[in-house]
Design a protein around this ligand. Structure first.
Ligand code: BT5
Length: 275
C-alpha cells in the first residue's frame, strides 16, 4: 500500500484547490501545532501561506487541550496542522472545529464502512460493541489581536489510522484506530487527500457564511443526553440535559433547577439515565 506522506507523494495525490498546496513533511517533530504557530510568528501576513499543511510521522510532544498528551506510535497516524486566516469575527472561530470534525468524519466514511459520530466539542468517535471509542482529536488554536481581530487559526488533527491494538494509548475515553475497527490497514495517503479536499469544501462554504452547524449537529451524540460537564479549575461539575447547540457550537445544557447554561468549553461525560 502506498503510504508515504512525503511532499512528492502528497502533491501527486492531492485534489484540493488550495489547502495543502504548501505542504511540509517532517519525519518527526515536537508538536505540529507549536511548530506551525512558530512559523507564523516568525513569518509575514502572507507567509506561511494560508492553507499550509504541516504533517509529521511522529510527535514527541503531541498535545491535546490543556496541554494533555496526544500519543501515537511513529508512522501509524495522520498528525497534521493546517493554517487558516479567516476574516471572521473571533466568536465564529468554533466553526473551524465543527467543519474539521465533519471533514474527518466524511473522509473516514469514504475509506471504510464505519459510521462516524462526534462528541462535543472535539472528539471523533466510533461505536464498538456499544462503547464509544475515540479515533481522532482536534485541537484548534486561534490568535486574536489586540483589536479583537482573528489573525490566524491553527487547526491540529490527530487521526488513529493504522495503530495496532497493542499500541493504542490507554485512555479514560477508550481509543481505537481504523485498523482495529475495520480489521484492515487504511491508506494514510488516500485518507489525507480526502480529508484535505473535504476540509476545503466545508471551509469554503463557511467562508461564504453557510453554517456547518446542521450537518455537525446531526452527528453529535451529546444532544438529548444527560451529561456531566467538568470545567478547568472548578471542582463542581454541571449536571443536566443537553437541549441543543448554539450557532457557534456552544452546548446548551438545562440543569436540574431548570436553568439553561450556554457552555463554550469543558469535558463532557455522558451519564446513564436510570431506567
Ligand atoms: C484532543 O484533545 O483530542 C486534541 C488532540 C489533537 C492532536 C493533534 S495531532 C496534530 C496536532 N499537533 C498537536 O500537538 N496536537 C494536534 P483532548 O480532547 O484534550 O484529548 C486529549 C486526551 O485524549 C488525552 O488526555 C488522552 O486521554 C486521549 N488521547 C491521547 N492520545 C490519544 C489517541 N491517539 N487516541 C485517542 N485518545 C488519545
Amino acid at each position: 500500500m502506498e503510504d508515504e506522506l512525503t511532499e512528492t507523494a502528497v502533491q501527486a495525490a492531492l485534489s484540493s484547490k488550495w489547502i495543502g498546496h504548501h505542504y511540509q513533511y517532517l519525519e518527526s517533530a515536537g508538536s505540529t501545532n507549536d511548530l506551525l504557530k512558530k512559523q507564523v510568528a516568525a513569518g509575514s501576513p502572507t507567509h506561511p501561506a494560508t492553507g499550509t499543511v504541516l504533517l509529521t510521522d511522529y510527535q514527541a510532544q503531541g498535545r491535546g487541550r490543556l496541554d494533555r498528551r496526544w500519543e501515537a506510535p511513529a508512522r501509524t497516524s495522520l498528525l497534521l496542522s493546517v493554517l487558516f486566516r479567516p476574516h471572521w469575527p473571533p466568536e465564529h472561530l468554533p466553526w473551524l472545529t465543527m467543519l474539521a470534525s465533519l471533514a474527518v468524519a466524511e473522509a473516514i466514511e469514504s475509506q471504510t464502512d464505519l459510521p462516524i459520530s462526534l462528541k462535543w466539542p472535539n472528539d471523533v468517535l466510533i461505536n464498538r460493541g456499544g462503547i464509544w471509542h475515540k479515533v481522532c482529536g482536534i485541537l484548534l488554536e486561534g490568535h486574536i489581536s489586540g483589536e479583537q481581530r482573528l489573525e490566524y487559526a491553527v487547526l491540529g488533527m490527530g487521526i488513529n489510522v493504522n495503530i495496532p491494538a497493542e499500541l493504542l494509548p490507554v485512555t479514560r475515553q477508550p481509543a481505537t484506530s481504523l485498523l482495529v475497527a475495520t480489521g484492515h490497514a487504511v491508506s494514510r495517503l488516500v485518507l489525507l487527500a480526502e480529508l484535505l479536499r473535504r476540509l476545503e469544501h466545508h471551509y469554503d462554504l463557511a467562508d461564504r457564511g453557510e453554517s456547518p452547524k446542521p450537518l455537525w449537529e446531526q452527528r453529535l451524540i451529546t444532544i438529548g443526553k444527560r451529561v456531566k460537564i467538568d470545567f478547568v479549575g472548578q471542582t463542581v461539575p454541571l449536571l443536566g440535559m443537553v437541549e441543543g447547540t448554539g450557532e457557534w457550537g456552544q452546548l446548551l445544557v438545562r440543569d436540574d433547577n431548570g436553568r439553561l447554561h450556554t457552555v463554550t468549553a469543558g469535558d463532557v461525560t455522558l451519564l446513564e439515565v436510570a431506567p
